[in-house]
Design a protein around this ligand. Structure first.
Ligand code: ZN
Length: 263
């Protein structure tokens, strides 16, 4: 039996028996783990605050080889992030992030990267109101961790270079008409190679340039602000991309969409 002491962010909570909860945590030491928190449903035990979604707890648990659940030996509330659960839009965004992470296979050796990404993003959602931009940043970094960032250099079909050479730091696309993100090819179709299909989604030049420039900007230490239209297009495009990668739709996305893009 192995005993681990670490922090864990609650990704999922499920009622178990009369008073207990089964919690799924993301930890920096052991990836995703699930275990029973006794008294998780009882306010008297003081444990119910530790079962709220997106709180960070300090945990001690033991792992038995072959067992599905770990045994939680100690669980102390570290950060509550109550603001997220008090604001519907923040809450829906956090639910979407956690659903993405529940679908990911997270190797133990990479746990810390995933944990830090979630920890950073939860703090941002709790503190700031630009939820759509925070979510997009999370998605782009998650794609990178999963090793499936779409290739943005040249067309995935004809292999033509997609960009005009600019004198400044920012690149702009060769054409001013829509391109497509192709979820099967993991790349971009130039306007000549666009097709009608369920696995491609249109990206206007502005959104494509934003995607490219913000990635290279992160490397070179500068930051670009997305427009509302960039956010809206990339929201749809990346949802399709993730759904295709995971082979299923994200349930939390339809709620998020109904809530985010009104008007
Ligand atoms: Zn092409």
């Amino acid at each position: 039996m192995k005993v681990i002491e670490t922090d864990g962010i609650v990704l999922k909570t499920m009622d178990f028996k009369e008073n207990d909860s089964i919690l799924t945590f993301l930890t920096p030491e052991a990836g995703k783990i699930a275990g029973v928190l006794h008294g998780g449903k009882s306010t008297r035990s003081g444990n119910s605050a530790k079962t709220e979604l997106f709180v960070t707890n300090h945990l001690e648990f033991s792992i038995k080889t072959g067992a599905e659940l770990v045994r939680i030996r100690k669980c102390e509330l570290l950060v509550s992030h109550a603001q997220i659960r008090q604001n519907y839009s923040k809450f829906l965004h956090a639910c979407y992030l956690s659903e993405l992470l529940l679908f990911c296979e997270i190797p133990v050796v990479e746990s810390e990267d995933y944990f830090n990404l979630l920890k950073r993003t939860i703090s941002q959602l709790s503190e700031f109101d630009n939820c759509a931009e925070i979510k997009l940043n999370f998605e782009m970094q998650l794609l990178k961790l999963l090793g499936i960032s779409p290739s943005l250099i040249s067309c995935t079909v004809c292999e033509n270079f997609l960009w005009k050479r600019n004198s400044g730091e920012l690149m702009s696309t060769k054409y001013s008409i829509p391109y497509q993100l192709d979820a099967i090819q993991g790349g971009i179709r130039c306007p000549d190679c666009c097709i009608n299909s369920t696995y491609t989604v249109a990206l206007h030049p502005g959104s494509l340039s934003f995607l490219y420039n913000s990635q290279s900007g992160r490397k070179n230490g500068f930051k670009i602000k997305p427009t509302q239209n960039n956010l809206k297009e990339l929201d749809q495009a990346l949802n399709l991309y993730f759904s295709h990668f995971f082979g299923r739709n994200l349930k939390s996305y339809s709620l998020l969409k109904d809530n985010s893009w009104k008007n």
